[in-house]
Design a binder for this molecule. Sequence first.
Ligand SMILES: [Zn+2]
Length: 290
Amino acid sequence: MRSPICLLESQISGAPFNVAPEKARRLEQLRDDHKIDFAIVDEPLFGVRVRLEANRQTPEIVLPIASLEYLWALSHHCWVLTQEYAEAQRAGAEQFDCSGNQRLRESAHILQWATGTGTESWPQSGPRPRGDSDSCDDSAVATELFLCAIAWISHHEIAHVVLQHPLINTVFSEQEEREADEHATKWLLDGLPQSDPKLKKRALGLAVAVLCLQSLEVDTVPCLRNTHPAAHDRIFKNTAIYQVGNDEVIEAICTVVLQYLFYSTGIVANVDGASFLEILGDLLLDISRK
Ligand SMILES: [Zn+2]
């Protein structure tokens, strides 16, 4: 098998439907009306996108294996990092060591591998996606987060089709990108009450998706950016629309993971803020000024 991520093949193509089962029928209708297809392809690097299929000239959402591997590894790391960070905080630790134990090291190792060329096979040891789901270890949680995240990313691409953005061009305008983000976020979160645990899960998946996009931009020179809105702005816009629960879990995961991503650039969160929302707001502002 090319990659253990392929064990999740049917769950990946089913993700945009299953993420919000109450809207699955509506999506089937949109898929049939617009003749949208999904294709998992063996390509390196991060390049989830929508294109016109060469022969049929119908929209095709392209999901490269290396992109899926990277998103899974990042989902794993977002989860492990946030859990360990919270644990350290509860224990009253002054400092947090990102590689302080085996759980963190293994997770970081997989992410580091997935950040490579995308052509090498999955490491023999350490966490990996599995087809079965009868355990509830970190890898099982990572798979759940990953499926929500790929659902959001797929809905972003579906939105380009549904909103009739021209698929001929290889780049969309910033306005079109914002519209696609909004469409995807609404698809996942609209219509659920604030206290619904489903809302929290989907919002976590959304957070991982935008953090994934941000992680690809940490070292990017602003003028070389594509037309996607700056990632920190996407994080803010897509997580701030909905109030999720009242324990600030989304703000917490974004704060922890962004600190990790930007550590090497010298950006440090001011953790003395009154709430995670305030800390995250300050952090995103610092990133925007970088
Ligand atoms: Zn787009």
